[in-house]
Each structure stands twice: as structure tokens, then as C-alpha cells.
Design a protein around this ligand. Sequence first.
Ligand SMILES: O=C(CO)COP(=O)(O)O
Length: 253
Amino acid sequence: MGRKFFVGGNWKCNGTTESVKKLVEVLNQGEVPSEDIVEVVVAPPFVFLPLIKSLLRSDFAVAAQNAWVKKGGAFTGEISAEQLVNLGIPWVILGHSERRALLNESNEFVGAKVAYALEQGLKVIPCVGETLEQREAGKTMDVITDQLKAIADKVEHWENVVLAYEPVWAIGTGKVATPDQAQEVHVDIRKWIAANVSEDVASQVRIIYGGSVNGGNANELAHQPDVDGFLVGGASLKPEFIDIIKAAEVKTK
Ligand SMILES: O=C(CO)COP(=O)(O)O
């Protein structure tokens, strides 16, 4: 079976009740390819999850942007995987570069979070990616390999994993990776998974690209054989998110 195109919208720490309701109205009216062709997931801030879940069209799903590393309890300010399950939230993004960099989430911590969330029945979008400095030093795959290994060490079943490659230098900068740059890293990630997890997982796991994806560049990125979709930040807050979802049609031609 082929890898179904996947488009995630990461709303990050944006929105008010009014603005997210308006955004959902736009999404609900958008004409997009059928669920057989594309899987769409939007990740609002925690506080809006129940509202968005109740308003969003049924062919799109919701994700949280983070979850605690283990069972809930005395962890002020955290939200547990069990609570997401309890609310009927199927997906969670983990290890986003903003959390790795600003909140010091280590590779091991992210690996433990991914494993725990999967054990609770959530589907997980773990994020990996290098900084500009690391890329320029020729360390892109070393960095990504360390991030992947910390996940692979703890995860056995990969059916519910969609991996996001998000080069830090492309996030929120308007500086998108070229289609060749994205394809090259996606292939290297797949090779690493083939060698260190299994050939089966490597061929089946979806690897999506994130970093300044917009309505104008989505199609050419989607043309790359190992780009299985996108994780979109800024443009997921705008009507052009619908155009990005439509890039899934590239795979059907
Ligand atoms: O971080 C991202 C998605 O998780 C990408 O953000 P931008 O699309 O705003 O560059």
C-alpha cells in the first residue's frame, strides 16, 4: 500500500476564540481531495482543542502540540497523553524544534514522550531537524540520526508514527528547503530507518516536510518521491492551507 499524503497544520501559540472559529469556518468550506488521497490534521493550542474538535469537519482530525512524558500527576502546567485520549484527541506533535530549543527538550526526553504517547494509543508526529550551523558544518544527518535513535530505542511499533523533518533554518523564516534538499534528507532518514528499524517500516512510514511551506511551493515539494506531506506553521493559519492540502493531487498523477 502506498503512503497516504499527510498535511498537518501546526497553529503554535496563536489564536483567540474568535480567530480560531473563523479559521475553522474557512477550513470547513475548503474543497480538498478525498480522505483516500489525503489525511489532514490541525493542531490548535491546548485551550482550543475541545472547541476545534466540536466544530471541525469530520474528514479532518485534531492534534495536540505536546504531551507530558509519563502518566499525569503532580506536574503543574503539563497535560498528559491520557487526558488527550480522554478528550478524544487522536494525534500529538512531539519534539518540535521550538520546544527542543526553547524548553531544552533533549533527544532522550522526546524519545520517551513519543513511546509513552504511542503506548496510550495516540498517533504521534515526532519532529527532527538540524540548525543552519549544523547543516553548514556538514552534520545534518549526524544530528538527525541522534534524534531518530532516541526515538527508535524506545519505539517498537511505527504504524502510528508520522515523522516530520523540519530543518530549523526553514521554520518561520520564509527560507524553504529546496525540493532536492528535502528529498535528500527524507531519503537519508528512510535509509537510516531501513538499517536500524526495518525495511518494512522504512517503506511504510510517512516522512513529511516542514519549514516555510506555503501555497506557492507545496506542489513542487510534493513532487519529490519521498516527501509524503507537510507540517505547516504560518500558512496553516490562512486560507492557503487549503491549497497546500490540494498538493496531495500531485501524487495521484
Ligand atoms: O514549525 C513548523 C511546523 O511545525 C513550520 O513553521 P512555518 O511553516 O511557519 O515555517
